[in-house]
Ligand binder design. Structure first.
Ligand code: G4P
Length: 285
C-alpha cells in the first residue's frame, strides 16, 4: 500500500524546536508502546546534542506487556532512561518525577558544586501527533501544578509549568513527525490511527492487520468476535460482517464496514494487548 503524505512546515517547526531545546535540561519523548520504533523520530537524536533523554512508553495499557518489557530494556541499553505510563489513567505518571531526577543527576551535582542550589530541572515533552503528549502533560501537571507564567530570562512568550520545586515543564509540547519514507512505518502508524484514515483503503488495511494478528496473536480475532476460527483474512472479514450485521442495501455484506469495526476495535485495545514491533530494529509487519 502506498502512502502519499508530506507534512508542511516541517523545517520551520524543527527550527522552533531546536530553539526550545536550548532552554531545557532533559528531553522527554513519548512513544506509543504498540510501535516503539515507528512512533519515535530519529531527528531528535541529532537535535538532542548530549542532553539527557527519557523515553516514556505511553499507552502501555494497549500493548503486549512482554514486548513492552523488551523495548524498555532495549532503549535502556541504548542510553535512555525509560519508564512506562498510561497517561489516560495516570498509572506510572507520578514515577516520572523520579526518572527526571535520575536522568539529571549529573546536572544537579554540577549545580551543587557551583553553589547553585534548588534550581529546577527544565524538561520538554516531544512526540509524534496523537501519541498522548497533551494527556500526559495534564496528568503530570495535575500532581502539583501552578503556572509560573513568563519568567525573567526565559524567551518571551514561553510558558513554564512549575510542577514542584524540582521540575519545570515547557507547556507546549514539541511535535515531531514519524519517518514516513519507510512504508512499513507508515503502515504501522495507520494501524494505530496516527495517519488520517482517508489516506488508505480500510479494506486493504484490515487485511494486512489480520495477516499480522493471525501470525502473532492467533485466536485474538475469533475470540473477540466469537466467530469460527480461520487463518484466511478475507474469510475472517466476512465472518465479522455476519456477526456485526454489516449489510449493504442490496443484501450484500458490507466488508468495508466490517473492516472499520476491526480496525477501530484493534485501536481501542478490544482485541487484547497487542504490539506491532519487536526490538530488533527490523520491521515485522
Ligand atoms: P497528542 O497531544 O500527542 O496529540 O495526543 P493526545 O494527548 O491528544 O492523545 C491522543 C489520544 O490518545 C486521546 O484519545 C487520548 O485519550 C489517548 N491516550 C493518551 N494517553 C493514553 C494512554 O496511556 N492510554 C490510552 N489507552 N489512551 C491514551 P482520543 O480518543 O483522541 O480522546 P479521548 O476520547 O480519549 O478524550
Amino acid at each position: 500500500m502506498q502512502f502519499q503524505w508530506y507534512p508542511g512546515h516541517m523545517t520551520k517547526a524543527k527550527r522552533a524546536m531546536q530553539e526550545d531545546l536550548k532552554l531545557i535540561d532533559v528531553i522527554i519523548e513519548l512513544v506509543d508502546s504498540r510501535i516503539p520504533f515507528s512512533s519515535k523520530n530519529p531527528d531528535i537524536d541529532q537535535m538532542a546534542n548530549g542532553k539527557s533523554r527519557i523515553i516514556l512508553m505511553n499507552k502501555y495499557d494497549l500493548a503486549d506487556p512482554e514486548r513492552t518489557k523488551q523495548w524498555m530494556e532495549y532503549y535502556q541499553k541504548n542510553g535512555y532512561f525509560v519508564t512506562k505510563v498510561n497517561s489516560k489513567s495516570g498509572a506510572g505518571v507520578r514515577a516520572v518525577q523520579n526518572v527526571i531526577q535520575e536522568a539529571c543527576k549529573e546536572k544537579i551535582e554540577r549545580d551543587r558544586r557551583r553553589g547553585i542550589l534548588n534550581r529546577p530541572v527544565r524538561a520538554m515533552i516531544v512526540g509524534i501527533p496523537n501519541v498522548g503528549k497533551s494527556t500526559f502533560i495534564n496528568s503530570f501537571a495535575k500532581k502539583a501544578c501552578t503556572k509560573t507564567g513568563n519568567k525573567p530570562g526565559v524567551t518571551k512568550g514561553k510558558q513554564w509549568i512549575r510542577l514542584n520545586k524540582n521540575v519545570e515543564l515547557l507547556d507546549t509540547p514539541g511535535i515531531l513527525w514519524p519517518k514516513f519514507e519507510d512504508q512499513s512505518v507508515g503502515l504501522r502508524l495507520a494501524f494505530i490511527g496516527s495517519i488520517k484514515d482517508e489516506l488508505f483503503h480500510i479494506y486493504e488495511l484490515s487485511i494486512l492487520l489480520l495477516e499480522y494478528l493471525n501470525e502473532n496473536y492467533p485466536g485474538a480475532v475469533s475470540d473477540f468476535y466469537q466467530t469460527e476460527k480461520s487463518d484466511e483474512p478475507a474469510e475472517q472479514l466476512s465472518r465479522i460482517a455476519v456477526r456485526r450485521g454489516c449489510m449493504k442495501s442490496g443484501g450484500e455484506y458490507d466488508l468495508d464496514k466490517a473492516a472499520k469495526y476491526l480496525v477501530d476495535d484493534f485501536r481501542a485495545g478490544k482485541l487484547g494487548n497487542i504490539s506491532l514491533e519487536i526490538p530488533t530494529g527490523e520491521a515485522n509487519v
